[in-house]
Ligand binder design. Structure first.
Ligand SMILES: O=c1ccn([C@@H]2O[C@H](COP(=O)(O)OP(=O)(O)O[C@H]3O[C@H](CO)[C@H](O)[C@H](O)[C@H]3O)[C@@H](O)[C@H]2O)c(=O)[nH]1
Length: 146
């Protein structure tokens, strides 16, 4: 997503898509793209859950892995197309070789987060694209570089 928006704002010439021959819907990698606001809310929910457990058990020893995700896979090409549909911005891209270490498809089950934390992702890929573009177009060089 950051590379897509940097191409759209003109900081990068084009997006390099790593591989288009994966066994996925369109050959590009599938990931569980999540809105940063949902992800932040999931972390707050996890901290609240941890505090409850400490209150109940009078102990904070141990760990519990909980996936935070939407539960839905989106391909890189689907993300590029969604971004263009929502923002109207062209995102030139080229297919290049697969990136070492990448797998074809990876998305979370969010069932445990819902059951334990009462949390689920509320925002869509479309909202992610709109919010990313709003930020990128208003801050083409980020927050810290003038
Ligand atoms: O310029 C780019 C950047 C990414 N991608 C593709 O976009 C997808 C997402 O790539 P990211 O690097 O954003 O995320 P990954 O899920 O592949 O990997 C990241 O998240 C992982 C955990 O989910 C690990 O933390 C890993 O080290 C980190 O790079 C992948 O299919 C990747 O090949 C491109 O095609 N072009």
């Amino acid at each position: 997503m950051p590379y897509i928006s940097q191409v759209a704002v003109g900081k990068l010439e084009k997006l390099s898509i790593f591989g288009n021959d994966y066994p996925t819907v369109d050959g590009t990698g599938v990931r569980d793209f999540i809105h940063v606001t949902d992800l932040a809310a999931g972390h707050v929910a996890a901290l609240n859950y941890l505090q409850q457990q400490v209150n109940v058990q009078q102990s904070s020893v141990g760990f519990l892995p909980i996936n935070l995700g939407t539960g839905t896979g989106t391909s890189v090409l689907e993300l590029v197309n969604a971004f263009t549909d929502i923002t109207g911005q062209r995102v030139p891209y080229q297919f290049v070789a697969r990136r070492a270490g990448d797998i074809a498809s990876c998305y979370a089950s969010a069932d445990k987060a819902k059951a334990l934390l009462g949390w689920h992702a509320k925002l869509s890929v479309a909202e992610m694209c709109a919010d990313t573009w709003r930020w990128q177009s208003q801050n083409p060089n980020g927050y810290y570089v003038s």
